[in-house]
Write a protein that binds this ligand. Structure first.
Ligand code: PFF
Length: 452
């Protein structure tokens, strides 16, 4: 491994930065909604099994590739594949990360706007007003673009300060703040009258709703939530030291990610049920339903409502920002290492191009823009292409690469830190990477296209 390569400075820094990548919008709006829709605790149980059986082994695999390759994701794959066609998987991961960065920033920018709107008290009003606020904002040609650029400016600022002084420092500050905010809002939500109905709903297993869709939904959520298949884990692992225990790190990150997702559910459902609102899906949950919930739940204590709303959007913003940083870093590392330019120049390339993608996605939501492809606005198109097409394909080949292609000795060395740690599950790990993970991912893909 090259000595000059940047690295994280501490174990805590590694966990915070990597958990920061994993904890994002997927945990806070997607997980609670999926749980509510798919049988409450029954879904949670299936999700936990997916994280343990598939998510953590896939994270470990990305860590192996990243630390062993000691370079950006594309070069790490190239090194491990000795230049064979397998290197394309690395390039595809970088490309997926690149495409996601632009549109993830748009939604992150919306969160930042809602932080601002909460501070200014702009979200107070009846349900029709709140809905109208979101529709007008998201379709405005300028305001969302402004917030997208603003969030890229913050991300860029952190990235150019490097791995240790930028990403690690920022994550060590932001992740604990995120946890504190989450806990405070959970407590506030639980204190609302009727909140226990929401907790019961979320934690009561309803096995009658469990079918193949639920399993596949849990699996897809697990991959997205743990940031698998987009180069983030691989890139961050290239900054791990030789002493980092890859296996325990993956388990700790998986645990943190799960805790945030569960707490998010335990925040949203009690609050929504206390005012008799059934939580909705997608962007409308965060940007329309929840402001209404906050307005109604805290109508007797407007200042508390103002504080909870502000804390909630600050939480979302931090979660989105730490994920965006990791996506940006995948591409920054790629450009500066492959083009042999400075880190700053690499970061500029990513910021400028992703701002353009973000702006186009943002503008295409406004119906008047006429910007769409295959009948989808660009935001939905990018989401579909990356999340539903590229991510499973990349994940599938990544599993085959680790399970079948790379020499066993490399896997053993990485898992045991060159013989200094014990790792007793090697055979099980390889079995999972060879058969279990690829077959499950294949099932998701075939299901998506209605084949099974
Ligand atoms: N894991 C993030 C979330 O749950 O929102 C999303 C994400 C970030 C996916 C970074 C992939 C990635 F590379």
């Amino acid at each position: 491994m090259s000595e000059e390569r940047a690295s994280f400075g501490s174990k805590l820094g590694i966990i915070m930065a990597t958990a920061g990548s994993a904890v994002g919008l997927g945990n806070i709006w997607r997980f609670p909604y999926m749980t509510g829709k798919n049988g409450g605790a029954a879904f949670i149980l299936i999700y936990i099994v997916c994280v343990i059986v598939l998510g953590i082994p896939c994270m470990i695999s990305e860590f192996i590739i990243g630390r062993h390759g000691a370079a950006n994701t594309a070069r790490a794959y190239t090194r491990l594949s000795n230049g064979t066609i397998w290197k394309l998987v690395g390039y595809l991961e970088v490309l997926t990360g690149f495409l996601i960065t632009g549109y993830y920033a748009v939604i992150s920018g919306w969160c930042l706007n809602y932080v601002y709107a909460s501070v200014m008290g702009e979200l107070n009003g009846d349900p029709a007003f709140v809905k109208n606020y979101f529709v007008e904002f998201s379709q405005d040609p300028i305001r969302p673009v402004f917030w997208t650029i603003a969030i890229f400016a913050i991300t860029h600022f952190i990235i150019i300060h490097g791995v240790r002084n930028g990403i690690e420092k920022a994550s060590k500050l932001m992740m604990p703040t995120l946890f504190v905010l989450l806990l405070v809002i959970v407590v506030a939500a639980w204190m609302l009258p009727g909140a226990s109905k929401g907790i019961d709903f979320l934690l009561k297993p309803d096995f009658s709703k469990v079918n193949s869709d639920v399993f596949l939904g849990a699996l897809g959520q697990c991959f997205y939530s743990l940031s698998i298949g987009m180069g983030c884990l691989c890139t961050y692992a290239s900054y791990f030291s030789r002493h980092t225990n890859i296996t325990t790190s993956a388990i700790q990150i998986g645990f943190v990610d799960l805790m945030v997702a569960l707490l998010a559910g335990l925040m949203i459902f009690p609050a929504a049920f206390s005012v008799g609102i059934n939580p909705d899906s997608g962007p409308s949950l965060i940007f329309i339903t929840l402001p209404n919930v906050f307005n109604q739940a805290f109508s007797g204590a407007p200042l508390l409502g103002w504080a909870v709303s502000l804390m909630f959007y600050a939480l979302l913003f931090l979660a989105a920002l730490t994920s965006l940083i990791s996506l940006h870093e995948v591409n920054t590392a790629f450009f500066y290492e492959e083009l042999h330019i400075s880190r700053k120049a690499g970061a500029w390339i990513v910021t400028v191009f992703c701002c353009i993608i973000g702006a186009l996605c943002s503008i295409s939501i406004g119906h008047k823009s006429g910007l769409s492809l295959f009948g989808l606005d660009l935001l939905d198109l990018f989401d579909f292409v990356t999340g539903q097409l590229m991510l499973p394909v990349v994940g599938f080949f990544m599993c085959l690469f680790v399970g079948w292609y790379i020499p066993k000795q490399i896997v053993i060395d990485e898992l045991t830190n060159w013989g200094t740690l014990k790792f007793s599950f090697y055979k099980l790990f390889i079995f999972v990477m060879r058969f279990v993970c690829p077959l499950c991912i294949l099932a998701i893909m075939l299901h998506q296209f209605g084949v099974i």
